[in-house]
Ligand binder design. Structure first.
Ligand code: SF4
Length: 902
């Protein structure tokens, strides 16, 4: 029997088809789901490897409670009931005592549409914490300052020129759905341009690959922009209609004529210094090569698709300017929301209105949204140990969910310190399908389901379309097709593995057993009030009420919407969404309008209640409380963009008003690894790239993937290897500003000279045998004063298990955990951790062993303080007495009154 579900191994959410044995209900394999509009039947290696994860002999099958000291790694089995009652009681106590923000949920891969955010909202806690500031916040900030939405949706398949600052054919965001469309574009004749300091698999497919000095990408992009401006090779009408040039002239050049022609003159002068020669001096890429690329970009017209994610944005101080400058090229070309161009993500995404929408929390959480970062794109998650050490708060209950902060974040030893301290983190609940370095420091380890073992909804901006994907527990769906009744997913999943939808409903009922707190009502059945909401009813409601076209499509197939989704796993709501900014605002939304001097249109008409609740930035109302409904252009009221001006913001009044006027237009910020910032002997380390067939913590026991990729050597150019006297495969010591790690050198011309690179996907470790033995080395942790060491004792070895293949393991390598040696480096604007490191590389000492790590926590604390000093806090710079610009996106956005600084 074929049962569709969705891959849970990266953010792309590709469709999978489980092949389920009709008699034994064993899942035999996973393949691609051809019905899925995003992935269209294709997967990367990690999709089919879901089977390995499900059958992993080391996976956690039962709830566990620690029986020794925290971190001692002693466990005993516990029932779900006992765990739930204990956790619920602690949360209930925190809520009763007015400490709602002592409940925190820290998520790695959400893989869902906001379900858990709504759970937190129902509890009244501002406790959402994400991994986004170690992943994509700088890219998001660059996009959000331009268009309100924080992600791009490029139409690669129809582009003539595709410009990528990332490795999208192997590991970028939405990479399989995007990669197949990049290749379609190439097959149509599109030119592919790739900026990457490494010869990635993506770069190997490029027509033009350049390897700029890390952080110099904006200098190159601005030189291309200058070239287009000087030659008049830009879309003049698009710029006139859609850029907020009037606002820019008004704010910055109030004495100059407020005409478009004047703006063009200013624009010319603004970027005149960004010559190809300047770009060459900054990047090391020949001016003639940049000029050649500039000609290609300028020739694309509106068929220019661009994308950057992680990569340079995630690596550098000011990395958000990489996205801002890349989008500048699209905005100059008018290649926005058109065939072959780049769309705002929110238009190519569909989040259906759920059965309940609880109000957002009434209290601000300073541990996740501290004063120093009013413009941070997401929660300052990776600073948590330092914020706790500052004494800024404590936590009663901390959920880590499909997240491994000790291993994934920079400065992991500080996380070990924080997680070991019961006085600041009262209870750590690790919701995880696998053992992780962080789970060892938990009080409860609760096993949650993999891609074929849980329900979720998702929709991503893979192309100009809106689709909905449905993840489901495949054995449950298979059994139900054959007439079995399944009450909860623990009945069909291995051991007592549970899906989180049901877990959160049950936990919420136990927090508020009699409904007196007003929490339980969000988890009750609508059909039978007073009884528990079932997962079937939850999704049935959504599919029947909130997904346009689905009920009709299901009826045509002779079935219900829920059954239709259980059989197809996805639904395409709209194909070709198009240019929403150009849509006229209908007359019924234009009651009592007011048009201001910048053409912003405000009206008193009530806000429509659409079925799609994708988060939208909220520009401020006018002084009389009218709602911002659009923008008047050439006498017509159009939807525009969800920015304060309603237009694309070449000039960000937000940056200007919140203390960063010098950053208000797309510009070039020199990175912390710019040559002028490096000490003698230092070079940049690029740690931001994935291995295409691994996925952080979860894939460590995917045996097919482990056999392919199980190491992360240091990419080093032959000239650098000669300089330090190291040969291929020899050990080197890489010294960061807080410690060092020991790794093997991979001498290759596939890296820019003067720069080294090491993938962050490897280096998993355990201190004892419970763990993912196929990809975790066994180590010893040592501490002496402020020094912390990790010494490798054994690599991976064959072992006996219920899977005979584990005795055939031939690799011993598990890579090196470099992130432990990185200090926190928060970008003062986006809040993104700036991953690139200034390092010294030398031959390893005679006593060094592969995988050794050493860190000085006093130095990591000093680095934290040094980077915090770069910020411009809301309390000093807020223009209006608020903590953060209200219009910007924020998970669990509280009401306006909560934004006020006290
Ligand atoms: S790209 Fe690969 S890992 Fe990501 S969702 Fe698709 S199949 Fe899964």
């Amino acid at each position: 029997m074929l049962v569709p579900t969705t891959c849970f191994n990266c953010e792309s959410a590709c469709g999978l088809l489980a092949y389920v044995d009709r008699e034994t209900f064993e899942v035999r394999k996973y393949e691609g789901n051809p019905e899925h509009p995003g992935s269209r039947g294709r997967n990367c290696a990690k999709g089919p490897a879901t089977l390995n994860q499900a059958n992993d002999p080391d996976r956690i099958l039962y709830p566990l409670r620690r029986s020794g000291k925290r971190g001692e790694n002693r466990w005993s089995r516990v029932s779900w009931d006992e765990a739930l009652d204990d956790i619920a009681a602690r949360i209930r106590r925190a809520l009763s005592e007015g400490r709602p923000n002592e409940v925190m949920y820290h998520v790695g891969r959400p893989g869902e549409d906001g379900y858990t955010e709504r759970v937190l909202a129902a509890w009244g806690v501002d406790g959402h914490n994400s991994h986004t500031n170690i992943c994509s916040s700088s890219a998001r900030a660059g996009y959000q300052f331009w268009m309100g939405y924080d992600r791009p949706s490029p139409d690669h398949a129809n582009a003539d020129v595709i410009l990528l600052i990332s490795a999208h054919l192997e590991a970028g965001h939405y990479f399989n759905p995007h990669a197949q469309r990049v290749m379609e574009g190439k097959a149509r004749g599109a030119k592919l341009i790739v900026f990457d300091v490494r010869l990635s698999n993506t770069a190997t497919h490029a027509d033009h690959w350049i390897a700029p000095w890390p952080g110099s990408e904006p200098a190159i992009l601005l030189s291309i922009a200058r070239h287009m401006i000087e030659r008049g090779q830009y879309n003049r009408d698009f710029v006139r209609r859609w850029w907020n040039w009037q606002e820019y002239l008004h704010e910055v050049h109030p004495r100059r004529p407020a005409t478009f022609e004047e703006f063009e003159r200013v624009l010319h002068d603004l970027y005149a210094s960004y010559t190809f020669a300047f770009a060459e001096a900054e990047s090391g890429v020949a001016a003639s090569t940049i000029e050649q690329i500039a000609e290609i970009v300028a020739s694309a017209g509106t068929r220019l698709s661009t994308h950057t994610w992680r990569s340079a944005t995630a690596g550098n101080l000011g990395g958000w300017q990489v996205a801002r400058c890349l989008f500048l090229l699209s905005a100059l070309s008018g290649a926005i929301a058109c065939e072959g161009g780049t769309f705002p993500n929110g238009w190519n995404k569909f989040v259906p209105r759920p059965i309940y929408t609880p109000p957002h929390p009434p209290k601000w959480n300073d541990l996740t949204w501290p004063d120093e970062f009013p413009l941070a794109c997401n929660e300052m998650s990776f600073l948590l140990p330092h914020l706790l050490a500052d004494g800024r708060g404590k936590l009663e209950v901390y959920f880590s969910r499909v997240y491994n902060p000790v291993w994934t974040n920079p400065d992991g030893f500080s996380w070990i310190e924080a997680l070991s301290d019961e006085s600041t983190i009262g209870l750590h609940v690790a919701l995880t399908p696998t053992w992780s370095e962080s789970a060892y420091f938990a009080d409860y380890v609760l096993p949650v389901g993999l891609g074929g073992e849980r329900h979720d909804l998702h929709s991503y901006e893979t192309h100009d379309s809106q689709w909905l994907g449905f993840r489901q527990p495949v054995v449950r769906a298979a059994k139900e097709r054959l007439g079995h009744h399944v009450h909860d997913t623990r009945e069909v999943n291995p051991g007592e593995v549970w899906e989180e939808n049901e877990f959160w409903i049950e936990l919420s009922w136990r927090i508020d057993p009699d409904g007196a707190r007003g929490i339980r009502r969000y988890f009750e059945s609508k059909k039978q009030p007073g009884t528990k909401l079932s997962v079937d009813e939850y999704y049935q409601y959504i599919f029947e009420h909130s997904v346009p076209g689905l009920p009709e499509r299901a009826a045509a197939a002779g079935t219900t919407p829920l059954d239709f989704m259980r059989r197809t796993g996805s639904f395409e709501i709209k194909r070709g969404v198009g240019a929403i900014h150009e849509e006229r605002v209908p007359e019924n939304e234009l009651t009592d309008t007011h048009v201001d001097a910048l053409g912003r249109v405000y009206a008193r008409s009530p806000k429509p209640d659409p079925p799609n609740i994708v988060p939208v930035p909220t520009p401020a109302p006018d002084s009389e409380g009218r709602r911002h409904v659009g923008v008047q252009i050439d006498g017509v009221v159009l939807r525009g963009f969800p920015t304060p001006s309603g237009r694309l913001e070449f000039y960000s009044s937000t940056l200007a008003a919140w203390g960063w006027p010098e950053m208000a237009i797309p510009g070039y910020t020199r990175s912390h690894v710019h040559p002028k910032s490096l000490q003698p002997g230092e070079m940049p380390l690029i740690p931001t790239f994935r291995l295409p067939v691994q996925i952080h913590t979860r894939s460590a026991n995917a045996k097919w993937l482990d056999e392919i990729a199980h190491t992360n050597p240091l990419w080093i150019h032959p000239t650098d290897a000669r300089r330090i006297g190291v040969k291929n495969g020899e050990l080197v010591r890489v010294e960061t500003r807080i410690g060092h790690f020991v790794v093997k050198a991979w001498v290759t011309e596939g890296i820019r000279p003067g720069v080294v690179a090491c993938s962050h996907h490897m280096g998993r470790w355990k201190t004892e045998d419970n763990g993912q033995r196929q990809m975790m080395a066994t180590v010893k942790l040592e501490r002496k004063e402020s020094r912390r060491d990790l010494r490798r004792e054994r690599g991976v070895e064959p072992y006996e298990s219920r899977d005979a293949d584990t005795e055939r393991i031939w690799w011993t390598d598990a890579g090196v955990h470099q992130n432990l040696t990185f200090p926190v480096q928060p970008d003062p604007i986006s809040g993104m951790h700036c991953w690139h490191q200034a390092v010294r590389v030398r031959k390893a000492d005679p006593g060094d062993r592969y995988g050794d790590i050493s860190v000085d926590l006093a130095k990591s604390r000093a680095a934290y303080k040094e980077w915090m000093a770069r910020t411009r806090p809301a309390s000093a710079y807020s223009p209006d007495g608020t903590r953060r610009p209200y219009w910007m996106l924020r998970p669990l956005k509280p009401g306006r009154d909560v934004y006020r600084l006290r």
